[in-house]
Structures are given as structure tokens and as C-alpha cells.
Design a binder for this molecule. Structure first.
Ligand SMILES: Cc1ncc(COP(=O)(O)O)c(C=O)c1O
Length: 390
């Protein structure tokens, strides 16, 4: 029914992922036939239901100011209930302009200059840059690698919480860059420790819609700990709607919510983007079959990627991609650094991947490969990688 093999015109779209100028600035002079597998952006055409809804909005002929109408809250409440088994009250939901910018506002709302925030590393770099840009110090809790899977070092985390008393814990769930899904026991312990140390837990659940292996638990599933929680998310990863710059938070604690909303108001984050609010509603209400289809397609891409590497490029070790469409690949046995491999793949093979060192800390020895693209591109990238790394 959906044609995920169909190529979308990403160049006319002026996609950052495909723009030669942006690419050359980041990677240098790459071959004409490059395959971009870096930024977390998928190459699939949007669900037809979304396309239709956007056309309808255009055909009304006016794009004036809008507001957060009931359908937005209803769609979020129903989505969170059906997909993540959580009951959310309308009052808890606040619209904002992208998950990353929401994290900036959260830091502004709850931290003073010189305060600390906690995060597990490696991690999505904007967590760290958001802290840095607000003059706040990041405390890094390195994830432990046990038999090729990441675990939280709770002993160390506890001592860091005691020592640094961070105001916030920026927690990526599921985890980017590894795709690790945290189990309920791990989430419970994170929430318990945050509560004990008076640290607000911020869970970024944007990757929660691409579940490949295992079961995702929203932090809202926790029976204890939700009162100290800010959940930030958007349909931007699930449905590739990043360009709409629309997202939302869920905060049950009234005091925390009011303080956060005050900060949004100070920055005039009030009415939604006309298309952004339509994007959330239609994606959540009408595009579940598309999401199921895209997840099945990505899983096939991952299986192809993993088995090809295992057979033909065994020096690379692929971490099991439990969620997302981003494969985290250990390159240590090649003897090259992440920077060297990234540059070599880009300049010699035209395969553009993320250098693991861009993920704040503990990413040396890794690259991250975006598999949210057509299968033939994944296969061609693998062939070129094999040639370079054989
Ligand atoms: C963990 C994480 N949070 C947030 C984002 C971006 O979300 P948004 O488009 O809603 O700002 C990304 C994008 O890759 C991400 O990986």
C-alpha cells in the first residue's frame, strides 16, 4: 500500500541531509553520487493522509494565526493512551516549537548560570549544547558497555547526583545514538534517584515511535516518580516532520508546569504553526498504518545491514538497533579513529555517516548510520563500505 522504495525529491525540498553546500562544509568534497546517512531524517514520502490534509489547509486560501484547538489535545491523549498505555490529562499538555528548543526552555526555566544538568553519554549532542548555551554545566554519566549493550551505571549515577546536585537529568528514552530501550526497572530506578535528590527528570521520548525489538515504556508508566517529570516529545522522528518545528511536553506536576509555561510565555511560545498542529493531529489520528509500514521497512533495512556487515565486514560490530532507524556501529577493530573512518567513507566512498565523537562523550570508536532510506541505497552503501574497509 505504501511505497517506501519510491524516491522522494529531497534536493528540491532543500533538505539539510541532501544539500551539497551543507554536506561539503561538514564532510569536505564528497563524490557526486553521495549517499547521506548522517542527520536523523528519513527519505520516505510523507503519509498520503498528511499530504491531503496539508493540501486542504492550503486550499482554504488563508494561513492566519491559529490556536491549540481541542483536536490537538484529543489526538495527543489518544495517541499516548493507545501507543504507550498512559493516561494523560489535557491540562498536562503544552505545545512548543520542537523538542530541542523545548529542552532549551526547560533549562532556562529551572537552572541558574553555574547550575548542573545530568546526562548519560554518549548522547544526542543538543542535550549538551543546550546546557552550554544556557551557561549550565553538564555532568556526564558514561553508559557501561556489557556484551555489546549499554547499561546505566547506577552506583556512579548515585554518587554524581549526591556530589553535583544537578537541577535536571536529561534522559534520552529510547536512547540516541544506540537505540537502547530502557526497561521498566531501569526507568523506575532513574526516577527514584531523581526524586531522592530533588532533580527534575526530563525524558525525551521522540524515538519511542520506532520500536524494532523489545517493549518501550514511557516514563509516564511509572507508578512513582511522575510528579518530578517533564516528558518532551513530538511526531517529528516517527513521521519525519522535523521541518514543522512543532512538539509538545507532558507535565503532571502543576508547579513545574506553571514555571515552565511562564518561561514559554516570556519567549512568546504561544500559538502553533498552522501546519505543525495539523501535522500532529493527522499523524496521530490517521497515519498509524504508515508508521507500522515504515517500521517494518526499517527493520528489514537493519537486518540487511547487520547481516551484511557480519558476513562481509566483520571488523565492524553493529549494536542491536532496538529502536529508531540509527545504527550504532563499533569500528574499533579497524584500527582507525571515528574521524578517520567518517572522512574516509565520505571522501572515498561518498557514504556520509555521523562521527561517533559528535555524541558528547564516549562515542570514540563508533559511527552512527542512518537506515531511514531506500533499501537499494543501504545496499549500495554497504558495498562501498566493504570495498573501503575490506
Ligand atoms: C533524542 C532526540 N531528541 C530530539 C530530536 C529532535 O526533535 P524535534 O524535531 O522535535 O526537535 C532528535 C532528532 O534527532 C533526537 O534524536
Amino acid at each position: 500500500m505504501y511505497h517506501f522504495d519510491e524516491i522522494a525529491d529531497r534536493v528540491s525540498e532543500k533538505s539539510r541531509k541532501w544539500d551539497r553546500k551543507i554536506i561539503e562544509k561538514k564532510f569536505g568534497s564528497v563524490p557526486e553520487n553521495f549517499i547521506p546517512m548522517w542527520i536523523a531524517d528519513m527519505d520516505f514520502k510523507m503519509p498520503p493522509e498528511l499530504e491531503k490534509a496539508f493540501h486542504e489547509a492550503i486550499s482554504r486560501g488563508v494561513l492566519g494565526y491559529t490556536y491549540c484547538y481541542e483536536e490537538f489535545y484529543d489526538a495527543v491523549i489518544k495517541w499516548q493512551y493507545d501507543m504507550h498505555h498512559v493516561t494523560v490529562k489535557k491540562d498536562w499538555i503544552t505545545l512548543s516549537y520542537g523538542t530541542v528548543s523545548t529542552i532549551h526552555y526547560v533549562i532556562q526555566a529551572f537552572c541558574e548560570r553555574g547550575d548542573c544538568v545530568m546526562m548519560n553519554t554518549p548522547v544526542y549532542d543538543p542535550f549538551d549544547s543546550a546546557a552550554r548555551k544556557q551557561g549550565v554545566k553538564s555532568i556526564y554519566n558514561s553508559l557501561k558497555l556489557v556484551e555489546g549493550r549499554y547499561y546505566i551505571d547506577f552506583e556512579h549515577l548515585k554518587s554524581q547526583l549526591e556530589q553535583y546536585k544537578p537541577k535536571l537529568y536529561l534522559f534520552c528514552s529510547p536512547h540516541n545514538p544506540s537505540g537502547r530501550i530502557w526497561c521498566l526497572e531501569e526507568l523506575t530506578e532513574v526516577a527514584r534517584l531523581c526524586k531522592e535528590h530533588n532533580t527534575i527528570l526530563i525524558t525525551d521520548e521522540v524515538h519511542g515511535e520506532h520500536i524494532m525489538y523489545g517493549e518501550f515504556h514511557s516514563a509516564l508508566n511509572l507508578t512513582d516518580g511522575c510528579e518530578n517529570l517533564i516528558l518532551v516529545t513530538s511526531p517529528n522522528k516517527g513521521f519525519n516532520l522535523g521541518g514543522l518545528k512543532t512538539s509538545y511536553s507532558i507535565i503532571s506536576n502543576e508547579h513545574i508546569r506553571n514555571r515552565f509555561r511562564k518561561k514559554l510565555e516570556q519567549n512568546s511560545i504561544t500559538s502553533p504553526n498552522v501546519f505543525g498542529i495539523i501535522g500532529v493531529i493527522i499523524a496521530y489520528e490517521q497515519c498509524r498504518p504508515w508508521l507500522a509500514g515504515v517500521n517494518a521497512y526499517i527493520k528489514e533495512n537493519y537486518e540487511l545491514f547487520e547481516s551484511y556487515i557480519e558476513k562481509k565486514i566483520p571488523k565492524l560490530k553493529v549494536m542491536k538497533m532496538e529502536s529508531s532507524y540509527l545504527a550504532w556501529v563499533n569500528i574499533q577493530e579497524t584500527g582507525f579513529t571515528s574521524e578517520e573512518i567518517t572522512t574516509m567513507l565520505a571522501l572515498q566512498a561518498g557514504v556520509l555517516v555521523e562521527n561517533g565523537t559528535h555524541f558528547v562523550k564516549d562515542g570514540e570508536g563508533y559511527i552512527r548510520v542512518n537506515l531511514g532510506t531506500q533499501k537499494d541505497k543501504v545496499l549500495e552503501a554497504l558495498r562501498r563500505m566493504e570495498k573501503i574497509l575490506r
